[in-house]
Design a protein around this ligand. Structure first.
Ligand code: NAD
Length: 260
């Protein structure tokens, strides 16, 4: 359903972004990957996506803290691919500390990556989308775009911010064939999460299952992680013609977390 479309996914060298990129590629879109990581591994990922799904898979090393480097990524994408139909703003980082001890530098970095980068990619991508009369902007926010937890000041502020940016983008593009929505995952099973389980089990002296149920998924009523495939499937749906009237929303994929 997405063949002939070009999708750029920020922060797609691992985790949710990679899951979204794979799902969009499986649906037929040419992909531009972005993010940090080992050059050889990124090349292998590109080859796997290209060969596995019969699409083109390019890569941009742009740093989402740098507006100049973001501009270069968008310009290169549009010149290389001739178009940009689907923009997924996914790159994000976390830092956990009480407000009084929250390092101001971390605040600035999280706001830059988790929020401002989406402003820059979106403002630069919209002209090409308007020209084609089609566009999809998908912002990967979080349950923390809708509710808060302590010690995550910058993350929660940035994620609430990106939900606001999502609504403004939707309103300004409502008649242009463009939609903008935020996906708000609760806990998603990624290598990063897996890496925490054994450590937490040791630290608390409890089993892996208890860590998952009572520590990691304490807020998630379903007591199961969402998968990157589930997030990818939602991104594919939001990118499809069937989702043309869904815009300006913040869609929880959180096993009931924000229903509390
Ligand atoms: P991850 O650490 O696996 O992936 C983050 C990606 O962003 C990587 O590709 C990394 O290279 C890239 N990145 C980091 N800093 C960057 C920068 N300055 N410039 C360019 N790329 C950069 O994380 P993830 O869990 O897959 O998270 C992806 C998104 O999903 C984030 O926005 C995160 O807040 C959100 N999210 C994750 C979860 C979860 O449970 N994993 C839940 C809710 C929301």
């Amino acid at each position: 359903p997405l063949s002939g479309k070009v999708a750029l996914v920020t922060g797609s060298t691992s985790g949710i972004g990679l899951g979204i990129a794979r799902a969009l590629a499986e649906a037929g879109a040419d992909i531009v990957l972005n993010g940090f990581g080992d050059a050889k591994e990124i090349e292998i990922t590109q080859e796997q996506i290209a060969a596995g799904f019969g699409v083109r898979a390019n890569y941009s090393p742009a740093d989402m803290t740098s507006p100049d480097s973001i501009a270069e990524m968008i310009v290169t994408t549009i010149t290389q691919s001739g178009r940009l139909d689907i923009l997924v703003n996914n790159a994000g980082i976390q830092h956990v500390a009480p407000l009084e001890q929250f390092p101001p530098q971390k605040w600035d970095q999280i706001l830059a990556i988790n929020l401002s980068s989406a402003f820059h990619t979106t403002r630069l991508a919209l002209p090409a989308m308007r020209q084609n009369g089609f566009g999809r902007v998908i912002n990967v926010a979080s349950a923390h775009g809708l509710v808060a937890s302590p010690f995550k000041a910058a993350y929660v502020a940035a994620k609430h911010g990106i939900v606001g940016l999502t609504k403004v983008t939707a309103l300004e593009t409502a008649e242009a064939g463009i939609t903008c929505n935020a996906i708000c995952p609760g806990y998603v099973y990624t290598p990063l999460v897996e890496a925490q389980i054994d450590g937490q089990a040791k630290a608390h002296g409890i089993s892996r299952d208890q860590v998952i149920r009572d520590v990691l998924l304490a807020q998630q009523p379903s007591k199961r992680f969402a998968s990157v495939e589930e997030i990818g499937a939602l991104a594919v749906f939001l990118s499809s013609a069937a989702a043309a009237s869904i815009t300006g929303t913040a869609l929880p994929v959180d096993g009931g977390w924000t229903a509390h």
